[in-house]
Design a protein around this ligand. Structure first.
Ligand SMILES: NC(=O)c1ccc[n+]([C@@H]2O[C@H](COP(=O)([O-])OP(=O)(O)OC[C@H]3O[C@@H](n4cnc5c(N)ncnc54)[C@H](OP(=O)(O)O)[C@@H]3O)[C@@H](O)[C@H]2O)c1
Length: 405
């Protein structure tokens, strides 16, 4: 049984302070019989604990009190992931499972900015793993947008080659910071993730690789708690917040431009974590999709209709008049970019279809979950957060311009 497979396993997890990583660490520590979880964190242990206090305030104690968590300071864009040599040897001698969930999901980065963490760091990690003496599994998290150069239609669970010579393409990008393929992808982030997939799977490594590609991640159904998820790592929420800074290119305008019949391609973060961990236990290798079909394949039109139905009265008017400034990407640029993400791909999820009948912490059988009620609660919470931001922005503006009301 999948849960039992984890008994005694020693896990090395990257990205543990992030949205998906936080959910994974919660499940690995509290729901599975793992022995130890090494987590690579940047800056300090204090900073990592603060991130968990913020993202899962009522669960962080449960995670820590398992006694399984071992913090290792590092930075994935440094040689040897910024780990001390003593910590590298601990990992080499003890780790049986590696889960690589670190990344930078910002779509505003140039190719040169996104490559270090979204491509080079993964190759550095894979290079280290060749000396891990106990390694049984390596899971790398990619994204369905790694294949966003494909035309509309079916996307299979496989690597799609693009470059004549991926190693040569990689070298070219390192030297020039650019690629002639960038415009084929929804964002430079997606190119970096695609190149990482190609180089990891073509590399001459001693260990088998599992690559899970989630689609757009949405709030959790259950783990660590219902509606867990930071808005910055939930694209539908961050898209709306970025667009709020411009009334001309705002969310209500975007709604008119998006193809309403196309699948919205969202999946709750805890379902992604279940897919990841179930396939780790099963020893799956190659590419696995964690996409909307494993939860609920709503169209963009259906999703927008539900948002309108459950947004508090007056929301549309407030959003129409909004103009808050956050981030460095202009709303018009962002507006164009989002449209690249709303394409008519049919993301196949056949390799996880059996999980829909499986209950428990690694299954996708959701028993009495009510998707519409869940969406209502999600929309209400999102509206509350947005209104707080709008109120804060209005207050800040009125300090500088006392005549504004
Ligand atoms: N969010 C989505 O909709 C989505 C969709 C598909 C795929 N994915 C993939 O899922 C994975 C996790 O993303 P997420 O949504 O959980 O993002 P997230 O919340 O932004 O988390 C990113 C994690 O990566 C860590 N990280 C970033 N740079 C690092 C560095 N130089 N060294 C070490 N750690 C570093 C962050 O640590 P700090 O706390 O120190 O910043 C954080 O723990 C990524 O591979 C992403 O591409 C995400």
């Amino acid at each position: 049984m999948e849960v039992e497979w984890f008994r005694g396993q020693v896990v090395f997890l990257t990205g543990a302070t992030g949205n998906l990583g936080g959910c994974l660490v919660y499940k690995l520590a509290t729901q599975l019989p793992t022995a130890k979880i090494f987590v690579l964190v940047r800056g300090s242990v204090q900073k990592a604990l603060e991130a968990w206090e913020q993202s899962m305030p009522e669960q962080v104690e449960d995670v820590i009190s398992t006694g399984k968590i071992q913090f290792l300071l590092g930075d994935m864009i440094q040689p040897n992931l910024g780990l001390s040599s003593a910590n590298v040897s601990r990992l080499c001698n003890e780790v049986t499972v590696v889960i690589n969930a670190a990344g930078d999901i910002a779509l505003s980065r140039s190719l040169a900015e996104t490559m270090p963490i979204n491509c080079i760091a993964h190759l550095t990690l894979a290079g280290l793993l060749d000396s891990f003496t106990q390694l049984k599994r390596f899971l790398h998290i990619s994204t369905t947008y790694a294949t966003s150069f494909l035309p509309d239609g079916v996307v299979k669970e496989q690597i799609y080659p693009l470059y004549e010579d991926p190693v040569e393409e990689f070298r070219k990008i390192l030297v020039t910071g650019e690629s002639s393929y960038t415009k084929k992808f929804a964002a430079p982030y997606a190119l970096a993730k695609h190149l990482a997939e190609c180089l990891l799977s073509n590399g001459d490594h001693k260990f088998p690789i599992l690559i899970v590609r989630p689609c757009l991640i949405s709030p959790a159904i259950e783990d660590p708690y219902p509606l867990y998820g930071s808005d910055g790592a939930i694209p539908a929420h961050s898209f709306i917040q970025i667009l709020l800074k411009d009334s001309e290119y705002g969310p209500l305008q975007l709604e008119k431009e998006l193809p309403s019949q196309v699948t919205s391609n969202e999946i709750p973060v805890d379902l992604v974590a279940r897919v990841c961990l179930a396939h780790v236990a099963q020893g799956t290798t190659g590419v696995v999709h964690a996409s909307a079909d494993l939860y609920m394949a709503r169209t963009i039109g259906e999703l927008l209709e539900l948002m309108h139905r459950y947004a508090p009265p007056g929301s549309e008017d407030r959003i129409r008049k909004a103009g808050i400034d956050q981030g460095d990407l202009t709303a018009p640029d962002f507006f164009n970019m989002i449209q690249q993400f709303a394409r008519n791909w049919k993301i196949e999820c056949a390799r996880s279809a059996h999980l829909k009948k499986l209950p428990g912490p690694l299954g996708l059988d959701l028993a009495d979950h009510d998707p519409e009620d869940f969406f209502r609660r999600r929309t209400e919470l999102l509206a509350k957060v947005l209104f707080e931001k709008l109120d804060n922005a209005t207050q800040a503006a009125s300090k500088f311009h006392p005549n504004m009301s």
